[in-house]
Design a protein around this ligand. Structure first.
Ligand code: PGA
Length: 255
Protein backbone atom coordinates (compact mmCIF):
# COMPACT_ATOMS: atom_id res chain seq x y z
CA UNK A 1 0.00 0.00 0.00
CA UNK A 2 1.14 3.53 -0.55
CA UNK A 3 -0.01 7.03 0.22
CA UNK A 4 -2.63 7.05 -2.51
CA UNK A 5 -4.46 4.19 -0.83
CA UNK A 6 -4.41 5.59 2.70
CA UNK A 7 -7.20 7.84 3.86
CA UNK A 8 -6.08 11.42 4.24
CA UNK A 9 -7.78 13.11 7.18
CA UNK A 10 -7.80 16.81 7.90
CA UNK A 11 -8.83 17.48 11.48
CA UNK A 12 -9.38 20.86 13.07
CA UNK A 13 -8.39 21.28 16.69
CA UNK A 14 -10.31 24.27 17.91
CA UNK A 15 -8.69 24.17 21.37
CA UNK A 16 -10.38 26.57 23.83
CA UNK A 17 -12.10 28.71 21.22
CA UNK A 18 -15.65 29.53 20.12
CA UNK A 19 -18.90 29.97 21.99
CA UNK A 20 -21.89 28.01 20.74
CA UNK A 21 -23.21 30.69 18.36
CA UNK A 22 -19.68 31.20 17.02
CA UNK A 23 -19.26 27.45 16.56
CA UNK A 24 -22.52 27.17 14.66
CA UNK A 25 -21.60 30.08 12.39
CA UNK A 26 -18.16 28.61 11.62
CA UNK A 27 -19.59 25.20 10.77
CA UNK A 28 -22.31 26.68 8.56
CA UNK A 29 -19.63 28.60 6.68
CA UNK A 30 -17.43 25.52 6.41
CA UNK A 31 -20.02 23.01 5.17
CA UNK A 32 -20.38 24.21 1.57
CA UNK A 33 -16.63 24.83 1.29
CA UNK A 34 -15.67 21.22 2.10
CA UNK A 35 -18.66 19.31 0.73
CA UNK A 36 -16.69 17.85 -2.19
CA UNK A 37 -13.68 16.83 -0.11
CA UNK A 38 -11.95 13.65 -1.15
CA UNK A 39 -10.52 13.17 2.35
CA UNK A 40 -11.85 12.80 5.87
CA UNK A 41 -12.90 16.09 7.47
CA UNK A 42 -13.09 16.26 11.26
CA UNK A 43 -13.56 19.14 13.68
CA UNK A 44 -12.48 18.62 17.28
CA UNK A 45 -14.25 21.15 19.45
CA UNK A 46 -14.58 22.10 23.13
CA UNK A 47 -16.99 19.93 25.13
CA UNK A 48 -19.49 22.80 25.34
CA UNK A 49 -19.71 22.89 21.53
CA UNK A 50 -20.17 19.17 20.91
CA UNK A 51 -23.94 19.16 20.83
CA UNK A 52 -24.07 22.27 18.65
CA UNK A 53 -21.49 20.79 16.28
CA UNK A 54 -23.20 17.41 16.03
CA UNK A 55 -26.47 19.13 15.14
CA UNK A 56 -24.83 21.50 12.65
CA UNK A 57 -22.91 18.81 10.72
CA UNK A 58 -25.97 16.58 10.19
CA UNK A 59 -26.24 15.55 6.53
CA UNK A 60 -22.72 16.81 5.78
CA UNK A 61 -19.36 15.05 5.37
CA UNK A 62 -17.91 16.64 8.52
CA UNK A 63 -17.29 14.45 11.57
CA UNK A 64 -17.09 15.69 15.13
CA UNK A 65 -14.44 14.99 17.74
CA UNK A 66 -13.66 15.99 21.31
CA UNK A 67 -10.27 17.24 22.48
CA UNK A 68 -9.73 14.82 25.36
CA UNK A 69 -11.49 12.21 27.48
CA UNK A 70 -10.93 10.59 30.86
CA UNK A 71 -9.94 6.94 31.21
CA UNK A 72 -12.51 5.92 33.83
CA UNK A 73 -16.04 4.97 32.82
CA UNK A 74 -17.51 7.20 35.51
CA UNK A 75 -16.80 8.28 39.06
CA UNK A 76 -15.33 10.94 41.29
CA UNK A 77 -13.28 12.87 38.71
CA UNK A 78 -14.53 16.42 39.04
CA UNK A 79 -14.37 18.34 35.80
CA UNK A 80 -13.69 15.32 33.60
CA UNK A 81 -15.67 13.72 30.74
CA UNK A 82 -15.66 9.99 29.99
CA UNK A 83 -15.29 8.35 26.59
CA UNK A 84 -18.70 6.73 27.05
CA UNK A 85 -20.29 10.15 27.54
CA UNK A 86 -18.80 11.27 24.22
CA UNK A 87 -19.83 8.11 22.38
CA UNK A 88 -23.38 8.36 23.67
CA UNK A 89 -23.68 11.84 22.17
CA UNK A 90 -22.64 10.58 18.74
CA UNK A 91 -19.10 11.95 18.88
CA UNK A 92 -16.83 9.84 16.65
CA UNK A 93 -13.30 11.11 17.30
CA UNK A 94 -11.22 12.20 20.27
CA UNK A 95 -7.81 13.85 20.39
CA UNK A 96 -5.56 12.23 22.98
CA UNK A 97 -2.12 13.25 24.21
CA UNK A 98 -2.01 16.72 22.71
CA UNK A 99 1.19 18.49 23.72
CA UNK A 100 -0.78 21.22 25.49
CA UNK A 101 -2.27 18.54 27.74
CA UNK A 102 1.18 17.08 28.31
CA UNK A 103 2.67 20.55 28.96
CA UNK A 104 0.00 22.19 31.11
CA UNK A 105 -2.12 19.39 32.57
CA UNK A 106 0.35 16.74 33.66
CA UNK A 107 -0.45 14.29 30.86
CA UNK A 108 2.10 11.46 30.71
CA UNK A 109 2.64 8.62 28.23
CA UNK A 110 0.94 6.35 30.78
CA UNK A 111 -2.19 8.47 31.13
CA UNK A 112 -2.29 8.86 27.34
CA UNK A 113 -2.29 5.06 27.09
CA UNK A 114 -5.16 4.79 29.59
CA UNK A 115 -7.21 7.37 27.71
CA UNK A 116 -6.54 5.63 24.37
CA UNK A 117 -7.74 2.37 25.91
CA UNK A 118 -10.93 3.98 27.23
CA UNK A 119 -11.66 5.72 23.92
CA UNK A 120 -11.27 2.50 21.94
CA UNK A 121 -13.44 0.60 24.43
CA UNK A 122 -16.15 3.22 23.94
CA UNK A 123 -15.99 2.72 20.17
CA UNK A 124 -14.37 6.08 19.41
CA UNK A 125 -11.68 6.85 16.86
CA UNK A 126 -8.52 8.34 18.33
CA UNK A 127 -6.23 11.07 17.06
CA UNK A 128 -3.11 10.29 19.07
CA UNK A 129 -0.59 13.13 19.28
CA UNK A 130 3.14 12.61 19.63
CA UNK A 131 6.06 14.96 19.13
CA UNK A 132 9.31 16.26 20.52
CA UNK A 133 10.19 19.51 22.31
CA UNK A 134 12.65 21.91 20.71
CA UNK A 135 15.46 20.94 23.11
CA UNK A 136 14.85 17.27 22.34
CA UNK A 137 15.18 17.95 18.60
CA UNK A 138 18.36 19.89 19.28
CA UNK A 139 19.70 17.00 21.34
CA UNK A 140 19.05 14.67 18.42
CA UNK A 141 16.52 12.50 20.29
CA UNK A 142 13.41 13.22 18.21
CA UNK A 143 13.14 9.61 17.09
CA UNK A 144 13.59 8.19 20.58
CA UNK A 145 10.91 10.51 21.98
CA UNK A 146 8.43 9.78 19.19
CA UNK A 147 9.07 6.03 19.40
CA UNK A 148 8.59 6.03 23.16
CA UNK A 149 5.40 8.09 23.06
CA UNK A 150 3.97 5.93 20.27
CA UNK A 151 4.85 2.59 21.87
CA UNK A 152 3.58 3.47 25.34
CA UNK A 153 0.36 5.01 23.99
CA UNK A 154 -0.37 1.89 21.91
CA UNK A 155 0.25 -0.56 24.77
CA UNK A 156 -2.57 -3.12 24.79
CA UNK A 157 -4.05 -1.89 21.51
CA UNK A 158 -4.80 -4.76 19.13
CA UNK A 159 -4.12 -4.79 15.39
CA UNK A 160 -7.84 -4.64 14.73
CA UNK A 161 -8.18 -1.59 16.99
CA UNK A 162 -5.28 0.15 15.27
CA UNK A 163 -7.63 0.81 12.35
CA UNK A 164 -9.45 3.28 14.61
CA UNK A 165 -6.27 5.20 15.39
CA UNK A 166 -4.72 8.15 13.58
CA UNK A 167 -1.31 9.30 14.74
CA UNK A 168 -0.60 13.02 14.55
CA UNK A 169 3.07 13.95 14.59
CA UNK A 170 3.23 17.40 16.13
CA UNK A 171 6.66 18.81 16.92
CA UNK A 172 5.94 20.95 19.98
CA UNK A 173 8.14 23.77 18.72
CA UNK A 174 5.93 24.13 15.66
CA UNK A 175 2.58 24.37 17.45
CA UNK A 176 1.03 27.80 17.40
CA UNK A 177 4.42 29.36 16.76
CA UNK A 178 4.17 29.90 13.03
CA UNK A 179 7.34 27.76 12.77
CA UNK A 180 6.38 24.83 10.59
CA UNK A 181 8.57 21.78 10.27
CA UNK A 182 9.86 21.63 6.72
CA UNK A 183 8.02 19.17 4.53
CA UNK A 184 11.16 17.01 4.61
CA UNK A 185 11.31 17.04 8.43
CA UNK A 186 7.62 16.15 8.67
CA UNK A 187 7.96 13.36 6.12
CA UNK A 188 11.02 11.96 7.84
CA UNK A 189 9.45 11.72 11.30
CA UNK A 190 6.06 10.58 9.98
CA UNK A 191 7.86 7.81 8.09
CA UNK A 192 9.84 6.94 11.20
CA UNK A 193 6.63 6.65 13.25
CA UNK A 194 5.15 4.40 10.56
CA UNK A 195 8.25 2.24 10.95
CA UNK A 196 7.70 2.00 14.72
CA UNK A 197 4.11 0.89 14.09
CA UNK A 198 5.34 -1.63 11.48
CA UNK A 199 7.56 -3.26 14.11
CA UNK A 200 4.59 -3.55 16.48
CA UNK A 201 1.82 -4.55 14.05
CA UNK A 202 3.45 -5.53 10.78
CA UNK A 203 4.10 -3.71 7.55
CA UNK A 204 0.59 -3.97 6.16
CA UNK A 205 -1.07 -2.39 9.20
CA UNK A 206 1.55 0.36 9.25
CA UNK A 207 1.05 1.13 5.58
CA UNK A 208 -2.69 1.49 6.15
CA UNK A 209 -2.22 3.88 9.10
CA UNK A 210 -3.06 7.55 8.65
CA UNK A 211 -0.19 9.65 10.02
CA UNK A 212 -0.95 13.36 10.15
CA UNK A 213 1.38 16.28 10.58
CA UNK A 214 0.41 19.14 12.89
CA UNK A 215 2.10 22.39 13.83
CA UNK A 216 1.38 25.65 12.02
CA UNK A 217 -0.02 23.89 8.97
CA UNK A 218 -1.91 26.54 7.03
CA UNK A 219 -3.46 27.42 3.69
CA UNK A 220 -0.06 28.37 2.28
CA UNK A 221 2.13 25.44 3.32
CA UNK A 222 -0.44 22.61 3.31
CA UNK A 223 0.05 21.55 -0.28
CA UNK A 224 3.78 21.02 0.11
CA UNK A 225 3.45 19.16 3.41
CA UNK A 226 0.58 16.99 2.19
CA UNK A 227 2.47 16.15 -0.98
CA UNK A 228 4.94 14.08 1.02
CA UNK A 229 4.72 10.30 1.01
CA UNK A 230 4.20 9.88 4.76
CA UNK A 231 2.05 12.95 5.47
CA UNK A 232 -1.52 11.65 5.31
CA UNK A 233 -3.33 14.70 6.51
CA UNK A 234 -3.09 17.32 9.18
CA UNK A 235 -4.15 18.32 12.65
CA UNK A 236 -4.86 22.00 12.32
CA UNK A 237 -5.07 24.47 15.19
CA UNK A 238 -5.11 28.17 14.34
CA UNK A 239 -6.06 27.74 10.68
CA UNK A 240 -9.07 25.58 11.59
CA UNK A 241 -10.76 28.62 13.12
CA UNK A 242 -11.15 30.23 9.71
CA UNK A 243 -13.48 28.40 7.33
CA UNK A 244 -11.73 29.61 4.20
CA UNK A 245 -8.23 28.64 5.38
CA UNK A 246 -9.37 25.26 6.67
CA UNK A 247 -11.13 24.51 3.38
CA UNK A 248 -7.98 25.31 1.40
CA UNK A 249 -6.13 22.69 3.47
CA UNK A 250 -8.95 20.19 2.90
CA UNK A 251 -8.70 20.84 -0.84
CA UNK A 252 -4.93 20.32 -0.75
CA UNK A 253 -5.48 16.94 0.91
CA UNK A 254 -8.10 15.99 -1.67
CA UNK A 255 -5.67 16.07 -4.57
P1 PGA B 1 -1.42 25.04 15.18
O1 PGA B 1 -1.88 23.90 16.22
O2 PGA B 1 -1.92 24.61 13.84
O3 PGA B 1 -2.12 26.29 15.68
O4 PGA B 1 0.04 25.12 15.25
C1 PGA B 1 -1.79 22.56 15.87
C2 PGA B 1 -2.24 21.72 17.03
O5 PGA B 1 -1.98 22.08 18.18
O6 PGA B 1 -2.87 20.66 16.85
Amino acid sequence: MNKAKRQAVIAGNWKMNKTRPEAKALIEELKPLVKDADCGVVICVPYTNLETALEAVKGSNIKVGAENCHWAKSGAFTGEISADMLAEMGVEYVVIGHSERRQYFGETDQTVNKRVRAALDAGLRVILCVGELLEQREQGITEEICAMQTKVALGGVTKEELSRIIIAYEPVWAIGTGKTATAEQADEVNGFIRGVVAKLYGEEAAQALTVQYGGSMNAKNAEELLGKEHVDGGLIGGASLKAEDFSVIVKAASR
